[in-house]
Design a protein around this ligand. Structure first.
Ligand SMILES: NC(=O)c1ccc[n+]([C@@H]2O[C@H](COP(=O)([O-])OP(=O)(O)OC[C@H]3O[C@@H](n4cnc5c(N)ncnc54)[C@H](O)[C@@H]3O)[C@@H](O)[C@H]2O)c1
Length: 376
C-alpha cells in the first residue's frame, strides 16, 4: 500500500495516548514505519508504556517541550503527526503555551536550522478554536454569540437567546471559514499553534495541515483527564450503579466522533496535497444532545435511564457546538462509525478497569475547587 504514498517513516508525538495510539495502528496497517515520541506523563499515563501501544511502533520517551528530544525523534523520519498537547482547563496557563505552541516552534527550529528533511506535518487542533460560535434567530438572523453570563446561568436560563427579541436561538454548525474566538487558554494555544504552523510551513515550504477534532470517543480514552467528558462520566455512573449525572439541563448539543474515524482522517490529509496549509473539521457532522448520549450509555449497559440533572456548568463551555465536516468529506473521508458504535466500543473497553469512580470524583473535586465547574 505504501508504494503509492510519499512518506515512509512517520513520527507520531503523543502516540501512546488515546487518539495517537489509534493513529499509530492506522499507519502501521497501511504499511508505514512509525516512531512514537511520548513523555508518558500524567494525567494520561502512570509513567509506563500502555499495553495498547502497538509493539511494531518504535518508542522514544521524550517531551515535545525539549529540543534535544525532538532532535532524537526526528532522525530518519520524513513526516510528523503532532498530537502531544496540554489539554483541558487547568490553572497553569503557561503550560498551554509551552506545550502546544512552543513545541511547533521547536520543531521548525530543527527543520530550518538543522535541516531535518521533514516533508509534511499534520497537527491536532480542536473545535475549541471556535469558542461559542454562531447561532441563528428566526427573526433576526445569524451572528456570533458571547458566552452566557453567570447571571443568566444562575437563573438556569441555559439556552442562548437573541439579544434583540430574547427568543431562544439555534446553533449553527461551525465551518473552517468561521471567525475563530476561543474562550479558554487551551483553545487559544491551539489557534496560535495553527497560525505558527501555517506561517512557518509556508515560509519554509513544509506542507502542513491542522485537524480540528470535535469530541472524540472510543477505547483507550483517558479516564484521568478533567474533560474526558460526558461519556467517561456516564460510563462511570452506570458501571457503579449510580444515576447518570449531567451538567445544565442535558440539552446541550455536541458533535461526537469515533476515534477510528479520526485516526483515518490523518491518512487522508497526509496523502492528499490538496490538504496542504489547510485546517479541517473532524467530527461526525451530526449534533446530539447530551441527554441522548446518556440514553445510549444506559441502553448499552442495559440499565434504566433516569438522569440526574445537577445544574452544574463548566466555565468556558459553549452551550452548543457542532461541526460542518464537508471540507474534509470533499477529500474523500467520511465518518464510518455511529455514536452507538463509539459508546459500545468505549464501554466494552472501560469495563476491564473495574470501578473508576475514584478518578471521576478526583477530577470533579478538583474542578470544583478550582472554580472550573460551578453549580448554579
Ligand atoms: N480527545 C478529544 O476529544 C480531543 C478533541 C480535540 C482535540 N484533541 C487533541 O488531540 C490530541 C490528542 O489528544 P488525546 O485525546 O489523544 O489525549 P491523550 O492524553 O490521550 O494523548 C496525548 C498524549 O500526548 C502525550 N503528551 C502530553 N504532553 C506531552 C509532552 N509535553 N511531550 C510528549 N508527550 C506528551 C501524553 O502522554 C499522551 O500520551 C491533542 O492534541 C488534543 O488537544 C483531542
Amino acid at each position: 500500500m505504501v508504494e503509492n504514498n510519499t512518506f515512509k517513516k512517520i513520527l507520531v508525538t503523543g502516540g501512546a495516548g488515546f487518539i495517537g495510539s489509534h493513529v499509530v495502528d492506522e499507519l502501521l496497517s497501511s504499511g508505514y514505519s512509525v516512531r512514537v515520541m511520548d513523555n508518558l506523563g500524567s494525567p494520561t499515563h502512570d509513567g509506563t508504556i500502555p499495553e495498547w501501544l502497538a509493539k511494531k511502533a518504535e518508542f522514544i520517551k521524550g517531551d515535545v517541550r525539549n529540543k534535544d528530544d525532538w532532535r532524537r525523534a526526528l532522525e530518519g523520519v520524513d513526516s510528523v503527526i503532532h498530537l502531544a498537547a496540554y489539554m483541558d482547563f487547568h490553572l497553569d496557563f503557561s503550560d498551554y503555551i509551552r506545550t502546544n505552541i512552543e513545541s511547533v516552534a521547536l520543531l521548525f527550529e530543527l527543520i530550518v536550522v538543522e535541516k531535518f528533511p521533514i516533508k509534511k506535518i499534520v497537527m491536532a487542533s480542536s473545535q475549541s478554536v471556535y469558542g461559542e460560535g454562531q447561532y441563528v434567530c428566526v427573526t433576526h438572523g445569524t451572528g456570533y454569540y458571547a458566552p452566557r453570563t453567570e447571571e443568566q446561568l444562575a437563573r438556569h436560563e441555559w439556552e442562548q437567546v437573541c439579544p434583540v427579541c430574547r427568543m431562544t436561538v439555534e446553533s449553527v454548525a461551525e465551518k473552517e471559514t468561521d471567525q475563530l474566538k476561543p474562550l479558554i487558554p487551551y483553545g487559544i494555544s491551539k489557534l496560535s499553534a495553527e497560525q505558527l504552523l501555517f506561517a512557518l510551513g509556508k515560509l519554509y515550504n513544509v506542507p502542513s495541515v491542522a485537524l480540528r477534532f470535535s469530541i472524540v470517543l472510543g477505547p483507550r480514552q483517558s479516564f484521568r483527564h478533567y474533560y474526558s467528558g460526558a461519556l467517561r462520566s456516564f460510563a462511570v455512573n452506570v458501571l457503579s450503579d449510580e444515576p447518570i449525572q449531567m451538567n445544565e439541563d442535558g440539552r446541550q448539543i455536541r458533535d461526537f466522533v469515533h476515534v477510528k474515524d479520526v485516526a483515518r482522517a490523518h491518512l487522508t490529509v497526509l496523502n492528499d496535497p490538496r490538504a496542504n496549509f489547510e485546517s479541517f473539521n473532524v467530527g461526525i457532522g451530526i449534533g446530539t444532545r447530551v441527554l441522548e448520549l446518556g440514553k445510549l450509555v444506559a441502553e448499552d449497559a442495559s440499565v434504566p435511564f433516569n438522569p440526574l440533572l445537577n445544574n452544574r456548568y463548566r466555565v468556558g463551555g459553549a452551550r452548543h457546538s457542532l461541526m460542518d465536516i464537508d471540507k474534509l468529506k470533499r477529500l474523500g473521508w467520511e465518518p464510518l462509525y455511529s455514536l452507538s458504535d463509539a459508546v459500545h466500543d468505549y464501554l466494552e473497553w472501560v469495563r476491564q478497569f473495574g470501578d473508576l469512580s475514584q478518578y471521576l470524583k478526583k477530577t470533579e473535586d478538583q474542578m470544583r475547587e478550582q472554580g472550573i465547574q460551578k453549580t448554579f
